[in-house]
Design a binder for this molecule. Structure first.
Ligand SMILES: Nc1nc2c(ncn2[C@@H]2O[C@H](COP(=O)(O)OP(=O)(O)OP(=O)(O)O)[C@@H](O)[C@H]2O)c(=O)[nH]1
Ligand SMILES: [Mg+2]
Length: 277
């Protein structure tokens, strides 16, 4: 992938905007993808957040391996960074977040300022920011018995009288190396049109094999035997209808099929990155 290809001007503008928005909030909630907490973390984040309070949410935890998510949470705990798992498909995560926010609201109120706690949700494209906010607004409104949230000005959403939040567009950073770009592409933060999809998917299959998870692939695609990533991708194409008019396997199509299935959660709960021991 060519450097800077996926860093369009609008993303640079979004960063400038974000810098301004962060100045007026109390809490920055960083949504990471629970499958790739390392690669989905913006290396410029510390600089952007400045001294603001920071909460990490390992989002889409329903797609990640539970044990891996636990070890990431211990990792953040050791580093002194507040972190929680989250998913819009598992209500149990919501309570933890609401309790955390209630505490933060209280801290704010015990200070001199009498105004709502303002929080901003940031993260890479497609990590689930807008979905998480919609879910959170609906659930917390019913939970607190309040009026539905109202949008004020620039997407500021008042959730309760004491809590306001702001959605932001997904951002990436200008320099992403290969080790980071492949996980980002696998989870859909970088569009497939910008990448070599065959290489990407072969790498994903190889990862499943390395971690002993190849059964998740062979169970999904009947008739596929475990072999090299290249062979498995070709067989999936051959047996699952990805053929060119002359009868050859269309590897781009079989790659796209597998990637779509991974992103749709059809290839199991899989974490791609683990905290360094
Ligand atoms: N499995 C799973 N999928 C989720 C979850 N939250 C969001 N998604 C899916 O993730 C995809 C992206 O969601 P969005 O809310 O549009 O992501 P975003 O971060 O706002 O994206 P941008 O605005 O483009 O930066 C959608 O297909 C959602 O359904 C979750 O907790 N679990
Ligand atoms: Mg969004």
């Amino acid at each position: 992938m060519k450097e800077g290809q996926w860093y369009p001007g609008n993303m640079a503008r979004a960063v400038t905007r974000l810098r301004q928005d962060i100045k007026i909030v109390d809490l920055v909630v960083e949504l990471l993808d629970a499958r790739i907490p390392k690669s989905s973390h913006n290396p410029a984040f510390a600089g952007l957040v400045g001294g603001k309070k920071h909460l990490v949410l390992l989002h889409k935890a329903d797609r990640a391996e539970d044990a891996a998510t636990e070890s990431w949470l211990s990792h953040y705990k050791e580093a002194g960074t507040p972190a929680m798992a989250f998913s819009v498909h598992n209500k149990s995560y919501l309570t933890g977040l609401l309790n955390y926010l209630k505490k933060e609201e209280k801290n704010l109120r015990s200070g001199r300022l009498k105004r709502p706690l303002r929080m901003i949700i940031v993260g890479i494209p497609n990590v689930g920011k807008s979905t998480m906010i919609n879910y959170f607004v609906n659930k917390s409104v019913t939970k607190t018995g309040n009026q539905p949230g109202i949008t004020r000005g620039r997407q500021w959403i008042r959730i309760t009288p004491g809590l306001e939040l702001l959605d932001t567009p997904g951002i990436l950073w200008p320099k992403i190396d290969e080790e980071t770009s492949w996980p980002l592409a696998v989870v859909g933060a970088i569009p497939p049109s910008r990448i070599d999809i065959q290489q990407l998917v072969q790498r994903l299959i190889a990862f499943y094999i390395e971690r002993g998870k190849e059964k998740l692939i062979t169970e999904r695609y009947s008739g596929i035997a475990v072999g090299s990533a290249e062979k498995m991708l070709a067989d999936i194409g051959l047996l699952h209808g990805c053929l060119l008019p002359e009868g050859k396997v269309d590897l781009n199509r079989s790659s796209a099929l597998l990637l779509r299935d991974f992103q749709g959660g059809l290839l199991g709960q899989v974490t791609l990155e683990f905290p360094q021991a």
